[in-house]
Write a protein that binds this ligand. Sequence first.
Ligand code: AR6
Length: 176
Amino acid sequence: MTERIEVIQGDITRQTVDAIVNAANTTLLGGGGVDGAIHAAAGPELLAACRTLEGCATGEAKITRGYRLSAPWVIHTVGPIWRGGGHDEDVLLARCYQNCFLLAVRHEITTIAFPAISTGVYRFPLERAAIIAVKETRRFLESRLAMRKVVFVCFNGATLDGYRKVLAERPQGKAS
Ligand code: AR6
C-alpha cells in the first residue's frame, strides 16, 4: 500500500494526475496560496465553473474539470481554520480527505495529488495535519485497490520533511 503513496516537493499545478486537490475556502471563488495558483494555471473557465457550485462547507468537497491544467479534474475542498484544536479541526480535516476520496471513486479517478490542506493561511500545525492526511489515505488505499497513486505535493522543504517523518512512522495498530 505504501508504494502507492508518493511524497514530493513541487507545484501541484504541474502534476500529471487524474485529479489535483485544491485547498479552497467556502466561497470556492479563489484566493491566495495553492488556490490562487490553481486558478491561475487552470484559467478563467475554472472560476466560471466554481461560480455554479454555490460554495462548499468546511470538510466537504466539490469537483470541476481542470480546464488548462494537465489534470482533467480539480477536487475543491475546504479545510478547517486552526483555532487551537478544540473546534473539531481534526475531524473536519479528516473529512476533507474522506470526501475527496469519495469523489475520486465516483469519477473513476485513479491518480490524485493533494496539497497540505489547511497548513498555510489556515495555520493547522503541519505534523498534526500530515498525520491525518496519511492516516486517511492509508485507510482509503486499503479498501480501494483501483486507486493507483496518491501524491502529497509539498511546496517547501519543511512540509516535505514533515510528511516524510510521518510516512516513516509505523501505521498505528499495525505490527509491521
Ligand atoms: N502547490 C502545492 N502546494 C502549494 C502551492 C502549490 N502551487 N502553493 C501553496 N502551497 P494554503 P490553506 C502549499 O494557504 O491553509 C487560500 O487563500 C502551502 O505552502 O494554500 O488550506 C484559500 O482561498 C501550504 O503548505 O491553504 C483559502 O482562503 C499548503 O499549500 C485559504 O488560502 C496550503 O496552504 C486556505 O488555506
